[in-house]
Write a protein that binds this ligand. Sequence first.
Ligand SMILES: Cc1cc2nc3c(=O)[nH]c(=O)nc-3n(C[C@H](O)[C@H](O)[C@H](O)COP(=O)(O)OP(=O)(O)OC[C@H]3O[C@@H](n4cnc5c(N)ncnc54)[C@H](O)[C@@H]3O)c2cc1C
Length: 513
Amino acid sequence: MARVVIVGTGIAGLVTAYRASARHDVVLVTKAELAESNTKYAQGGIAAALFPDDSPQSHAADTMRAGAGLCDAAAVDVLCTEGPQRVRELMELGVEFDRVGGELARGHEAAHSARRVIHAGGDATGLEIEIALLRAVKAVAVEVHEHTFMRELVVRQDAAGPRVAGIEAVGPDGAARTIDADIVVIASGGAGQLYSHTTNPVVTTGDGVAAAWRAGAVLADVEFYQFHPTSLAVPGNPLISEAVRGDGAVLLDEHGHRFMFDVHPDGELAPRDVVARGIAAQMARQNGRPVLLDATALGAAYLAERFPGISRVTREHGFDWATQPIPVTPAAHYWMGGIRTDIDGRTSLPGLFAVGEATCTGVHGANRLASNSLLESLVFAWRASDALDTEQLPLPSERRARLTEVTAEPERATSAVSRDAVQRLMWSLVGLERDLTGLREAAERLAGWHVDGEAIEDLEVRNLLDLGRLMVRAAIAREESRGAHDRTDFPETREEFEFSFEWVSPVHAAVPA
Ligand SMILES: Cc1cc2nc3c(=O)[nH]c(=O)nc-3n(C[C@H](O)[C@H](O)[C@H](O)COP(=O)(O)OP(=O)(O)OC[C@H]3O[C@@H](n4cnc5c(N)ncnc54)[C@H](O)[C@@H]3O)c2cc1C
């Protein structure tokens, strides 16, 4: 029996905690209320080849295509072949997916060649999953610490080299303390808060990825951030599902012109990236003001029944989307990059596992196929929970990668920075479209900033700063456009870049190969 500290209570952390509790002494740490996470806000659903007219091979082929040459085929195979059984087990844990006439209701999302996305509570899939998993975890022996912020990983030197031995945390009383562990599992999610428009809640500041980076773990694919085309243009940027456009809603500029047909022959139903960039370009032409999504033709009754969550959110912000177009903007949505893991959640650092959006398992490559992220969290958290007590190096990966050691920048005079300033810089220079001039400017400005203070907000902004710097470096290195990474100065995909950039800080040099 090992003492396992798990950081994060989204789907990845909860699945790991629930399953690991049967064999280990589990401590679960989360920085806000238990349910707060990206998971809670997931709308569309979870993809899995559950139906007789579908197959894991077909799901894998779609996933590989979306990943634009950078997926790890072995990881994708695990995702798609183990996914259906894991989803059935989720149902056994109490998640009630929506049904029509007794059969699972099947949704269709962009770039899936089959209707394989199942959903719960209409557009509340993530919330239903979160509630069921919290219920399951509360019924087993897990020690839970809410409002407890992981600040750093504790790394100790033993005979074999550095080993993660716990976390430094700040508790609800503001006091710092060390929580010892035989194994730490990072399940702390993505970093949408890098950007001024994001569908991710305020807790999503990449803390676990940044701490793992500082401790010497290998990160990969950090330049790839997926932007969702439509979020409501209000603080918090609630997501307006792609399905709304799929059902007939149209995009208008501020003069009422349906501009997407000027960009792509499929108009509003062009690929997600194209729509997101089309909207961003239109917003730039109208001085940053949002474009409009007109769903009025769908009718009040249909909108209320098909999209109850979105109807509620728009109403809460003072819009009646049945009678008026609503303002929308693209928003940072999902991070393909993160802590490099093998198919069992092992990282390059002994004693450290990682699961969920904080990782780069290799299943998404340069772009995520819609509704594959909940599945990735579920499948790989399940596998990690079985692997926690096997002490071995990460399994080799099938994909090509180039590892770079990043040495510390020389000290220079810097000025204090806020979250807002980091977000605005990342949005304007490291967002949907990038070029060398903008990226160099971003690198220069990020290098000139630091964060004073030890409050949680300061620690979060420091994490964003660390990750932003690395992301800019990776975006400069990738002199091509591929998947979600769009370089206007290198618009083509270049074969010589068909590999992943992996990054490690010099701390790692001490870890034996
Ligand atoms: C609006 C929205 C809609 C989405 N829709 C879908 C969808 O339909 N289908 C799909 O597959 N995916 C969807 N996604 C993506 C998906 O929700 C996430 O990728 C997935 O939920 C990630 O799960 P996770 O457990 O890795 O992280 P999260 O669910 O983000 O959980 C991270 C946890 O870590 C905690 N934490 C973070 N930092 C610290 C720290 N320093 N100390 C302690 N705790 C910490 C957080 O509080 C949280 O509990 C959506 C995402 C959003 C935002």
